[in-house]
Design a protein around this ligand. Structure first.
Ligand SMILES: Cc1cc2nc3c(=O)[nH]c(=O)nc-3n(C[C@H](O)[C@H](O)[C@H](O)COP(=O)(O)O)c2cc1C
Length: 201
């Protein structure tokens, strides 16, 4: 059902309750269309991230992004785990997601990873609206990436993201990844994480 180009947008989540269509359609692709993300769309992704809420409006998120064909893209790619290298080169844009770990008074900002996550949530919805898929990757050598990109010491690279337009040809993937790409998407039931009034209630 999911062979070939541009079919996966049809594979929407089987939700328990009705939700916003863009959220149902979102998934983490391993193949993308060949074309680069337009400059306007790239800016719109970061604009969406910009308007996320954050603790004390500190906006601790930072991003480094690079288009396929640039030295920066190769530098990010070279920091990915071998598994992620096996598919992430299909993405026309690679991004490093970074947060500022400490407040100006030297205290740790415990909310910073949370706030980076909120900004990425905003970005994901905007991306979906534009027909763009994001695939987050924890599998990267962040120490190497922090060195390569001269990231200041009060910042931490949390993850990398492969970004591209949906609709790539899943036949380009090796069999195991193709299987993952086309598998039904699964989640825990609501009852196992949303507790009414008490833990596990
Ligand atoms: C913080 C984070 C790190 C992730 N790291 C990887 C990764 O290194 N490699 C990978 O292939 N997928 C990675 N993923 C993708 C998840 O496996 C994926 O989101 C999850 O299986 C749910 O699938 P879906 O996004 O298609 O609904 C990561 C996702 C997140 C949010």
């Amino acid at each position: 059902m999911n062979d070939g180009e541009n079919t996966r947008l049809e594979n929407i989540a089987d939700t328990e309750y009705e939700i916003f269509a863009l959220l149902k359609q979102r998934y983490s692709p391993r193949v993308f269309r060949e074309n680069l993300i337009t400059k306007t769309h790239t800016h719109q992704l970061f604009e969406a991230a910009r308007w996320a809420p954050s603790s004390n409006n500190l906006q601790p998120w930072r991003f480094i992004y690079a288009e396929r064909g640039t030295d920066a893209y190769k530098k990010i790619y070279d920091c990915l785990s071998d598994f992620n290298k096996s598919w992430a080169g299909n993405a026309p844009l690679l991004v490093l997601a970074i947060y500022k770990t400490h407040l100006d008074n030297g205290d740790e900002n415990f909310h910073a990873p949370h706030d980076l996550g909120l900004s990425l949530g905003n970005m994901a919805v905007q991306a979906q609206y534009l027909g763009i898929g994001l695939h987050h990757m924890a599998g990267l050598d962040w120490k190497k990436a922090e060195k390569e990109f001269n990231v200041p010491k009060e910042y931490h690279i949390s993850s990398a993201i492969a970004v591209g337009y949906y609709g790539g040809d899943s036949n380009k993937l090796p069999d195991d990844l193709k299987e993952q790409e086309t598998a039904d998407r699964k989640r825990m039931p609501l009852s196992s994480f949303a507790f009414n009034g008490d833990w596990d209630a």
